[in-house]
Design a protein around this ligand. Structure first.
Ligand SMILES: [Zn+2]
Length: 339
């Protein structure tokens, strides 16, 4: 979870005209007119409402679409779109603002700020995944080859703690695919459930549906989000009765979230899974996949399985993450929090 401390949200001089993901602090910083929004998750948008009048909000096109749907359409007038790879010069603050892909959820950004008069340069991250692809973005090349210096790094991302050592996301997706294929060999009429956020986990549930060769049921609100993020695929459907459906993703109306439960050790949801199986007789087994960094166990990169009801209900915890983890802490860490 993003922190809600004002001193993390407002950048230090000479960038103190900017606040990042700090909409709870509009009254704390009445002089700030430039508000950066890293992505659309609620712990980063909290405090934002249709009545926001504290200045300009800078965010990606995808984040704008999601926030104007979820918070208020009126915010669209306050937003300036800056997509990954774009730069904007903000004359009032003599600062060039550049956006980079954060590798977290659709539309998520890192912000690079360069102050003209002092040449100071900082990078701010909300939630991010520091994969090779993200680290190798061309805009970061000058910092990698040391022709430019980063004066400070702000981290406002979950899991920035050395105790977390997630596998690469691609490896977690391969593990998901291996589980799905193995379960289908065991029982071809298996229904898979996959957790999701309002936005995020797309690569995890794509791994499930691709390995299953079937169709993914998406509840309506989540389906709309996928379309707004340009992530809708032909193997998705809104029709739960589609005979090709063998994967469901979470959402208020799908029942997946209830079936997956919130039990960290995954032993709890089997009663709910059995009820779900009994009410959908075309499936012979149900497998829930809880794909999250919270499933990480120190020294154990692989998934864990719990089976009950004669093996008809099975739950897996897969350490799939869309966040930075603490096993490669940046050298110039200035501010961090974990949540
Ligand atoms: Zn997030």
């Amino acid at each position: 979870m993003a922190t809600q401390h004002a001193d993390v949200k407002r950048l230090r001089a000479p960038f103190d005209g900017f606040v990042v993901d700090g909409f709870n602090f509009t009254k704390t910083f009445p002089g700030c007119r430039h508000w950066l929004l890293t992505h659309a998750h609620s712990d980063h948008t909290c405090g934002l409402s249709g009545g926001f009048d504290a200045g300009t909000i800078y965010c990606s096109e995808v984040t704008k679409r999601l926030v104007t749907r979820d918070v208020s359409a009126r915010l669209g007038e306050r937003m300036v779109v800056i997509n990954a790879g774009d730069s904007i010069y903000i004359e009032e603050l003599s600062t060039t603002l550049t956006a980079l892909d954060a590798g977290h959820c659709p539309g998520s950004l890192l912000f690079l700020l360069e102050h003209g008069p002092t040449k100071l340069c900082i990078l701010h991250t909300g939630d991010m995944r520091a994969s090779e692809h993200i680290r190798n973005q061309p805009l970061l090349t000058p910092f990698r080859d040391k022709t430019k210096k980063l004066d400070a790094l702000y981290l406002d991302t979950t899991y920035a703690n050395p105790k977390y050592d997630f596998p690469a996301q691609a490896d977690a997706c391969d593990e998901i695919k291996r589980i799905v294929r193995e379960e289908l060999r065991r029982e071809p009429k298996t229904l898979f459930l996959c957790n999701t956020y309002s936005v995020g986990k797309e690569n995890a549930f794509d791994a499930v549906v691709d390995a299953s060769g079937g169709t993914l049921f998406v509840p309506p609100r989540r389906a709309e989000s996928l379309r707004l993020c340009d992530r809708w695929r032909s193997c998705y459907t809104n029709d739960v009765n589609d005979p090709q459906v063998n994967v469901w993703v979470g959402g208020a109306t799908s029942g997946v979230d209830q079936a997956l439960g919130r039990d960290r050790d995954q032993k709890g949801p089997h009663g709910e899974l059995k009820k779900l199986l009994d009410s959908h007789p075309r499936y012979e087994a149900v497998v829930s996949l809880r794909c999250t960094g919270w499933e990480y166990r120190p020294g154990k990169a692989s998934s864990a399985v719990w089976a009950e009801n004669d093996g008809c209900t099975r739950t897996y915890g897969v350490p799939y993450s869309e966040h930075l983890c603490g096993n490669h802490p940046p050298r110039h860490r200035r501010t961090q929090h974990t949540g």
